[in-house]
Write a protein that binds this ligand. Structure first.
Ligand SMILES: [Zn+2]
Ligand SMILES: [Zn+2]
Length: 240
């Protein structure tokens, strides 16, 4: 891997004080922690270790990594390792990429209820793919799905979406054979959208009914059932 010309850690070190003066008070403890970790990653601040060769006496000093999940240095290695593990499981079949997106109107609710909302989003996406693919009108088989949650878009704004990598074929219902799909077409997007919407909204309504959602600050009004249901009814939820 080539070394980038400018590292995030350098930007942070250069602008840290000015940034903290202006925005420090509004940072969450997690954001503060990320800032500290990224500043210290692979510097003397985190300590280090020396690797030595017993034969020739050659020594190499390397500083410890922060391991923070927001650290580009640490995550580049983690991402490469993850890719390697996943590739080992790939089947000899075409794969399709399907993205399910949380409507932006529900973003703030998700920020206050990440565990419930993101769990719901992942499950609704996976169940939608399995159900539509199992329908004999479409593929009539059990597909394999790998789903990854992204909560931020590339422009660093909140944009929760699930990337699904799906096998373009699947196991027959009696598991006796592989049902191959078409190479150029997977499942109708319109149907995926509709099924996903149904599953996600009914899960969200159930969570609300069981009082599992929390509404703080400017979201307080949504704790009232009529306001919450109005939000759901007026939210377009068609993006796949
Ligand atoms: Zn790091
Ligand atoms: Zn993404």
């Amino acid at each position: 891997m080539t070394r980038p010309r400018l590292e995030v850690a350098e930007v942070i070190r250069n602008c840290r004080d000015t940034f903290l003066q202006r925005y420090g008070a509004g940072l969450t403890s997690e954001q503060r922690r990320a800032l500290d970790d990224l500043t210290a990653c692979r510097t003397a601040a985190l300590g280090g270790h020396v690797l030595g060769c017993l034969e020739c006496g050659h020594q190499e000093v390397s500083y410890n990594s922060c391991g923070n999940r927001h650290c580009p240095k640490c995550q580049a290695t983690a991402a490469a390792r993850w890719l390697e593990t996943q590739s080992a499981d790939l089947l000899d079949t075409p794969y399709f990429h399907v993205v399910f997106t949380l409507p932006s109107a529900l973003g703030p609710v998700a920020q206050h209820n990440p565990r419930i909302m993101y769990g719901l989003l992942m499950r609704a996406a996976a169940k939608t793919l399995l159900e539509v693919a199992a329908n004999p009108e479409h593929l009539g088989a059990e597909v394999g799905v790998l789903a990854v949650l992204h909560t931020w878009g590339q422009n660093l704004t909140l944009h929760p979406h699930v990337h699904c990598v799906v096998t373009g074929g699947g196991l027959a219902p009696d598991a006796s054979r592989w049902v191959a799909g078409r190479n150029d077409f997977f499942l109708p997007v319109r149907v995926l959208s509709r099924v996903f919407r149904g599953k996600f909204l009914s899960g969200l309504r159930a969570a609300f009914q069981r009082e599992r959602l929390r509404f703080h600050g400017r979201l307080k009004a949504l704790a009232r059932p009529e306001r919450f249901h109005h939000l759901l009814n007026t939210t377009p939820l068609t993006s796949v």
